[in-house]
Structures are given as C-alpha cells and as structure tokens.
Write a protein that binds this ligand. Structure first.
Ligand code: CA
Length: 221
C-alpha cells in the first residue's frame, strides 16, 4: 500500500513516516503542497495523509485540485484541535476522514485501515479469498486455517493483490506500492517476493501475466 504523507512539521512527519513504515506501508513524505501536487503527475498513491497548513500550496487547495482532476484516493486530513471550520471545509472538499493534532499513531493506522477497506469495497475487517484469510489489523495471514508467517513486504504484497483480486496488477504498480521512492528496486526483487508467497501459501496462488505483471484469482469461499 503506497501512502503519500504531506506534512511540513519535521518532527511529526518523521514520527508518522516511521510508524506507518512499521505497519508495512510504503511511505513517501513531502513537506510542500506544490511538490505533492507535482508528485501526482508521475506517481500513483493508494492513500494520502494531508496536513492543511503547508508551504507552497495549502492542503485544502491541494485537495480541491486533486478531486477536480479525478484523483479519488482516500485522504485523511490532519487539523488543529480548535479548527472546526477547517475540518468541515476539508470533509466538504473531498477528505474522507480527519484527525486532530496531537494524535496517536495507533488511531491513525486504524483509521487508514478503515479507509483502505472502504476503498476496496469491504466493510468487514478481514479479507478472504477462497481459503486464504488476511487480517490487516493483526497483520496475520492464514491459509486453510493454518497460520502463514510472512515478512512485512510479503504481507504488503499479498494485501495489495488481495485488495485487487481478479485484476491484473502491473509490475510498476506493485513495485511502487512496495517501495515508494526510497529504495532502488533490483530488477528481480518482485519475482522473489511472488515466489516466496507461492511457496508459503500455494504455487497457483499468483498467476504471472507475461510482460505485464501479476494476478491473484478471485475465489469463492
Ligand atoms: Ca503544517
């Protein structure tokens, strides 16, 4: 899950980035509204955490521009505790949720899970596909009722493929969701993770779509 964090408070931004990385998100962090807008011309994000008071372009204007241009990713805004008007404007302007500063990282990640769940068209917290079950909050996976041990990146990759079960996911999209901007991706790394998921769960779990990417078939329960 690739997340764009737009926050100009260095201390807060650093803490949020570290905490969400720990949760398995690929976090890209920008401190300027214009830079964030520019990022959308080249990159695709699954979620955004947006501070409202920003240099360059204020958060509310960035949000408005994004919605006007058809970017429909879930957006959670960060506001000051007393700024009720900002919250209302933000929600009316296309934000999906908000948190007031100071906030707890656990609450932020729970809210982000709820947003990505709704985005994927689910209201139940567990993701099921055939005998496979993934719990985004507990970070656990089971197959045929047996627990499966996965690394953070393996978990993130499986989560993304499950959210898009039945759709072909391009290599670029999967790599972006796994790494964001911070690591140079070795050309075979994605294969390595796919291979491990097949080995740990079942060989036919993920189908290779030659020259395009990968697909996890939708299965009934
Ligand atoms: Ca700020």
């Amino acid at each position: 899950m690739r997340l764009l964090l737009v926050e100009d408070d260095m201390l807060l931004g650093d803490g949020v980035r570290a905490g969400l990385k720990q949760e398995g998100y690929a976090v890209d962090w920008l401190t300027d509204g214009e830079a964030a807008w520019a990022a959308f011309t080249t990159d695709q994000f699954d979620l955004m955490v947006l501070d409202l008071g920003l240099p360059g372009l204020p958060g509310l204007e960035l949000l408005e521009r994004l919605r006007k241009n058809g970017h429909d990713l879930p957006v959670l805004i960060l506001t000051a505790r007393d700024a009720i008007e900002d919250r209302v404007k933000g929600l009316d302007g296309g934000a999906d949720d908000y948190l007031t500063k100071p906030f707890d990282l656990e609450e932020l990640s729970a809210r982000l899970r709820a947003l990505s769940r709704r985005r994927a068209g689910r209201s139940a917290p567990l993701i099921r596909n055939g005998e496979l079950e993934l719990d985004p909050a507990a970070h656990t996976v089971s197959y045929a009722v047996q627990p499966v041990e996965l690394s953070n990146r393996e978990f993130a990759l499986l989560h993304l493929l499950l959210d898009h079960a039945g759709e072909v996911m391009t290599r670029a999209r999967l790599e972006e969701a796994l790494y964001g901007w911070d690591v140079e991706v070795e050309s075979n790394t994605l294969e390595v993770y796919v291979h491990r998921l097949r080995r740990k769960i079942k060989p036919s779990l993920i189908r290779t779509v030659r020259g395009v990417g990968y697909l996890l078939e939708k299965e009934s329960e």
